[in-house]
Design a protein around this ligand. Structure first.
Ligand SMILES: Cc1cc2nc3c(=O)[nH]c(=O)nc-3n(C[C@H](O)[C@H](O)[C@H](O)COP(=O)(O)OP(=O)(O)OC[C@H]3O[C@@H](n4cnc5c(N)ncnc54)[C@H](O)[C@@H]3O)c2cc1C
Length: 319
């Protein structure tokens, strides 16, 4: 198949954990198809850690640092590098940045793409990918007939390769974009990004209002690394920022634990979280659709259940 190019996602100068997972997927892809090399490409200003990227699966890292690289510039750089190294596959993260780049890179390479993959395999030296469709109700297996397989990988499904290897670092030119990013705003500090977190508590309209969000925060504070999410009803009402929205028109999440508090379980919400490993639903209506998808269900009022849950979690996590 040739080598695999992984376009790293960078935020605040740091390579995102989801990119480490994409490197692990790239290593697997290279091994399944005859042992090509894995190249990582940083298109935004990044602190590049050769040993961490090497351990995750990269043989070499190309750094095309520009301060504010727009999506079209980053895609043009990635497509040029893919051609230069003869990549048989280009992998990205299934995040908002990955979504923005995926189609652009595939178009520039005149090939097809598979978004949001959760499994990877190969037959006869050709890669195939598995991804959820119809809001997670079914899985499809896709193979790309074009010259290069462009795919993005849903966070929390793959792991870095865990090798003891260091990647070689080289510079490469950044292609100019037609659009130029002149500033970034709304960066949220503190809690992890909901798209990458392994534990999430999300609140819905059943929370009653933004003044009750301290109940959600208290549970999140009791569990190290827990992110907070929200349904669209809550985001549309202006109770929470859009970056926390989970679902079809928000972020797709696949944590180990997803707690849905006061969320009914509309299909568009399920589209973003139904691949969570353990789902806990708290809802006062025992007929709420979310219970059909929950591993554990609590029929009760969030005002009573969440403080008790926060207390118990605090006790469990204190030594
Ligand atoms: C094109 C399109 C895209 C969409 N994209 C998304 C998306 O990305 N994400 C998303 O979430 N939605 C999305 N939606 C909206 C979706 O259809 C639902 O309207 C939305 O998910 C409902 O949010 P909710 O569950 O918070 O509110 P509701 O449906 O109003 O549910 C509130 C729940 O809280 C329970 N409740 C009420 N009070 C309490 C209490 N005190 N204690 C416990 N439980 C209580 C109720 O029983 C109810 O089940 C989209 C819709 C469309 C048409």
């Amino acid at each position: 198949m040739g080598s695999v190019l992984v376009v790293l996602e960078v935020r605040g100068g740091k390579v995102r954990p989801a990119s480490m997972e994409a490197l692990g997927a790239a290593r697997t892809a290279a091994e399944l198809t005859g042992g090509g090399t894995v190249t990582a490409l940083a298109t935004d200003a990044a602190e590049v850690d050769a040993s961490a990227l090497g351990a995750a699966g990269a043989d070499q890292v190309l750094v095309a640092n520009t301060e504010q690289h727009s999506s079209d510039g980053a895609a043009a750089t990635a497509a040029r590098v893919a051609r230069e190294i003869g990549a048989g596959a280009v992998f990205l993260t299934a995040t908002i940045r990955g979504r923005d780049l995926l189609g652009r890179i595939a178009a520039l390479l005149n090939t097809g793409f598979v978004p949001d993959c959760i499994e990877l395999g190969a037959e006869g030296g050709k890669l195939h990918f598995v991804r959820p469709v119809f809001a997670g109700k079914a899985l499809i297996r896709v193979r790309i007939n074009g010259p290069v397989a462009v795919a993005s990988f849903r966070p929390n499904f793959f792991r870095g390769a865990g090798r003891s290897a260091t990647a070689a670092i080289q510079k490469t030119t950044a292609e100019p974009g037609k659009a130029v990013v002149t500033g970034l705003s709304g960066e949220r500090k503190g809690r992890p990004d909901v798209a990458e977190a392994t534990k999430i508590i999300s609140g819905g309209r059943g929370m009653g209002g933004p003044e009750n969000w301290h109940l959600i925060e208290a549970v999140a504070d009791a569990v190290p690394g827990m992110a907070t999410g929200a349904s669209r009803a809550v985001v549309d009402a202006g109770w929470r920022p859009h970056e926390e929205q989970v679902g079809q028109t928000g972020k797709t999440v696949s944590p180990e634990l997803y707690i849905a508090a006061g969320i009914s379980g509309a299909i568009q919400h399920l589209a973003g979280m139904s691949t969570s490993k353990v789902i806990v639903a708290i809802n006062k209506d025992k007929e709420a659709p979310i219970f059909q998808h929950a591993t554990y269900g609590v029929v009760g009022d969030v005002h009573q259940v969440l403080p008790k849950l926060a207390d118990e979690l605090k006790k469990a996590s204190s030594p």
